[in-house]
Design a protein around this ligand. Structure first.
Ligand SMILES: [Mn+2]
Length: 247
């Protein structure tokens, strides 16, 4: 299911992925698509990034509490193969992957007989590490991203800065301790771990909303959309988007 993602996940697969990608590029040239035209160099660059150099990272994390295998491709199509053992969490990460147009392969074997805390927190750590690795030196990207997302009666704004510095703002609250068997406090736990390990500023603001499932869903979806903006290439940006020159 996740072959394209796997092809780019390790060194042995890079060659195979490159051949496949080159033929895709050649095919698009043959058919004379606008993207391969020299009059549109930034489109060509986007194609090269997408097919020849997808920004991807794999994380293996093994502790006494959780075992995690994760591969994240930022230049994906929303493909997901997610099994954390926690149904609600799988649902949130699926939304995140789909709305960010990432590819995410995630297998977690956690101590969910205790509770879901270690599984959720450690997944946040691994996903944050993968984002940091995959985004690389941040040359040519927007760096900042934001999205205001309505979810029926709920409205959430997320703003991100891939600054290399960690900060998490959580301006939201749930009105029940649980969504099904999932502790709502774990939403904070996840994003705190994610932003700390991605070394990013992550701001969540709930404007209004009542339904806890909707509030959580809006947080995950809007974060995905904000990140999609932050990691996208700006065709006029040739360097690292910082006056310091480094992020
Ligand atoms: Mn839902």
């Amino acid at each position: 299911m996740l072959t394209a993602l796997g092809e780019h996940a390790d060194t042995s697969g890079t060659l195979k992925g490159s051949f496949a990608s080159q033929s895709m590029l050649a095919q698009s040239r043959k058919h004379g698509t606008q993207n391969s035209s020299p009059r549109c160099p930034w489109c060509l660059r986007a194609l090269v990034v997408k097919y020849l150099m997808p920004r991807a990272a794999s994380i293996s994390r093994d502790t006494a509490e959780t075992k995690i295998e994760l591969t994240l491709n930022l230049d994906g199509t929303g493909q997901h193969n997610i099994a954390t053992g926690v149904g609600f969490f799988d649902h949130m990460l699926t939304l995140f992957t789909r709305h960010g147009l990432f590819n995410l392969d995630l297998q977690v074997d956690g101590d969910i007989h205790v509770d879901f805390h270690h599984t959720v927190e450690d997944t946040g750590i691994a996903l944050g590490q993968a984002l940091k690795q995959a985004v690389g030196d941040k040359k040519g990207i927007n760096r900042y991203g934001h999205f205001t997302l309505p979810m029926e009666e709920t409205m959430v704004t997320t703003a991100v800065d891939l600054s290399g510095r960690a900060w998490y703002i959580d301006k939201y609250a749930f009105n029940a301790p649980k969504i099904g068997d999932f502790d709502t406090e774990l939403v904070f736990t996840f994003w705190q771990a994610f932003s700390a390990n991605a070394l990013m500023n992550l701001h969540h603001l709930l404007h209004y909303g009542n339904n806890n499932h909707h509030i959580s869903e809006a947080l995950f979806k809007s974060t995905a959309r904000a990140l999609k903006m932050a990691i996208a290439n700006d065709p006029r940006e040739t360097g690292v988007p910082s006056s310091k020159g480094v992020l």
